[in-house]
Design a protein around this ligand. Structure first.
Ligand code: HEM
Length: 511
């Protein structure tokens, strides 16, 4: 018999004890907080989240949370303890921290696509990249981008009126806003005009959708999280196929920009060169010219992961935000008219007031439009959940959350928390300009975090707000949106971003 069998028995025993200790730890953790109920071995107690379709997940979380103190809820996802928070004070505890900056395991399925670009990086790499890329969002660069916003907004107006035959047919607005924001990020950040709105068959945006659904499926299937098991599953082949398209697209953007830059440096004098590249130094050029601390250029992989990250973060989030705003405006004609009146006041009665370009100074005057955008982001934050891994134990509301636990900020629920918001599920843009429209005065700033907050907040938030205003200004001046889908019938799905699961149908009638 030799030593083989006793060693095997001992190893199995050790494994069982290890699993048992882990299980007891989870039980102890869960008991300290309001929680999601009975824990099952391997799948934890989030089984209610596994058996539902993506458009039901937020409803399940809200239903569970409503039975708690409306501050926090403990759960176990597979083998991991998870703390979900949806109150400003519990949210501040994590977002305000300079220590807990590592993203949680939920982000891991994105890594094959986005590498460890700014969204997923941690530690010194994240700090270095954040410092490198922050100048790309300098206000002068943002001002330059307004001209790009204008051009593609006009094209969006044209596409919506033409494809919907001036409001005769209903359109799903989401693919239209997606193509427009993709055109904008490509030109303003990557210096490339692809005319995505004129080429509706482009694979990239469709594959982004498919990839996000796959990532989301993997997040909800703990058995698919380890690479060994995922690689054995049928999903692996699909994922590789999507990655070929996504990386192929961004690689061609980088290569072309490199070629353009070297052609420019050969053809132009120094002065001409700085003029020609002024607009595009925004982002990709910054990466192409960047040097590491030891004076090396960034590798193609380094550049690619940032381009993939910014291409995705820079268009999908904004497309979602615009689409939900349009749904809300179509269902609230009074608020839509109020925006229109504000636009008329800003642009006056000139001949071209309905098509004239937005200038930077106009954006500052669009106060009511800004309230509507903010309120839409409250109800439908583009990133509905975001997470961190705790770097050390944390005391929360008198209970200890262990180091290594996952911390999830459920912004969707925080923004609808009835303890914090008056009429939490209603569209009330005035609450952002007039405190008396909302009973809660002096609200904690962590009550409203559509762009996250603290050190890992959204680097593109000013760009996004300006872009949204410019696009909606062009749309509302030319188009009246008529609701086809009611707000309550359009279900938001968590697919990393808050997507309309079955689209958003409106009619676009010319003004
Ligand atoms: C309405 C539009 C947008 C919303 C609501 C939004 C929201 C957010 C949120 C909530 C985060 C934190 C995510 C997390 O912690 O996991 C984030 C991070 C980020 N966003 Fe945005 N975003 C928007 C537009 C943009 C745009 C236009 C860009 C780029 C041009 C961008 C680039 C990024 C990047 C790179 C990060 C990671 C930052 C870091 O970790 O240092 N976002 N965004």
């Amino acid at each position: 018999m030799g030593l083989g069998v006793p060693v095997l028995v001992l190893a199995s025993l050790a494994l069982m004890i290890y699993a048992l200790v882990g299980y007891i730890k989870q039980l102890l953790f869960i008991r300290r907080f309001p929680n999601a109920g009975l824990i099952y071995p391997l799948i934890g107690n989030a089984n209610k989240l596994y058996n539902v379709s993506p458009d039901q997940i937020l409803t399940v979380i809200v239903d569970l949370a409503m039975k708690t103190d409306l501050r926090k809820m403990a759960a176990v996802l597979g083998p991991r303890p998870v703390m979900m928070v949806f109150h400003p004070e519990t949210t501040e505890a994590i977002l305000n921290s300079n220590v807990h900056i590592e993203k949680s395991a939920e982000y891991y399925p994105l890594e094959a696509w986005l590498g460890t670009g700014l969204l997923l990086a941690t530690g010194p790499k994240w700090r270095g990249r954040r410092k490198l890329l922050t100048p790309a969002f300098h206000f002068r660069i943002l001002e330059d981008a307004v001209e790009t916003f204008n051009r593609y907004s006009q094209q969006l107006v044209h596409c919506l009126l033409e494809d919907g035959q001036n409001g005769i047919h209903a359109l799903d607005i989401f693919p239209y806003t997606t193509r427009c924001t993709l055109d904008i990020i490509l030109e303003s950040a990557m210096g490339k005009s692809l005319g995505v709105q004129s080429h509706k068959g482009l694979e990239y945006p469709q594959v982004v959708n498919a990839m996000l659904r796959l990532v989301q499926h993997r997040q909800r299937s703990p058995w698919l999280m380890p690479d060994v098991l995922f690689n054995l599953s049928s999903w692996k082949g699909q994922s590789d196929q999507y990655l070929r398209v996504l990386h192929g697209f961004t690689r061609s953007v980088i290569e072309q920009r490199r070629e353009d830059m070297s052609a420019q440096s050969q053809n132009c004098s120094q002065i001409q060169k700085s003029k020609a590249t002024k607009k595009a130094t925004a982002f990709l050029d910054l990466l192409l010219q960047a040097k590491t601390l030891d004076g090396q250029e960034l590798s193609l992989q380094d550049i690619q992961e940032e381009v993939d990250t910014f291409m995705f973060e820079g268009h999908d989030t904004t497309a979602c935000a615009l689409s939900w705003t349009i749904l809300l405006l179509a269902n609230h004609p009074h608020e839509q008219e109020q925006i229109f009146r504000e636009q008329c006041e800003i642009f006056g009665d000139q001949e071209n007031s309905s098509t004239g370009p937005v200038e930077n100074r106009h954006l500052h005057q669009m106060r009511y439009l800004e309230c509507c955008i903010k309120e839409a982001l409250r109800l439908y934050p583009s990133v509905p959940v975001y997470g961190r891994t705790l770097a050390s134990d944390m005391l929360l509301d008198g209970g200890m959350v262990p180091k290594g636990a996952t911390f999830l900020v459920i912004s969707y629920l925080l923004h609808r928390n009835p303890k914090i918001w008056d009429r939490p599920n209603d569209f009330v843009p005035d609450r952002f300009r007039n405190a008396s429209a909302d009973k809660i005065i002096n609200r904690n700033p962590y009550s409203y975090v559509p762009f996250s907050a603290g050190p890992r907040n959204c680097i593109g938030q000013r760009f996004a707000m300006m872009e949204e205003k410019a696009i909606l200004s062009a749309l509302v001046r030319k188009i009246k949106f008529i609701a086809v889908d009611k707000v309550e019938d359009v279900k938001p799905a968590i697919e990393i971003v808050t997507r309309p699961y079955n689209g958003i149908r409106v009619k676009c009638v010319p003004r």
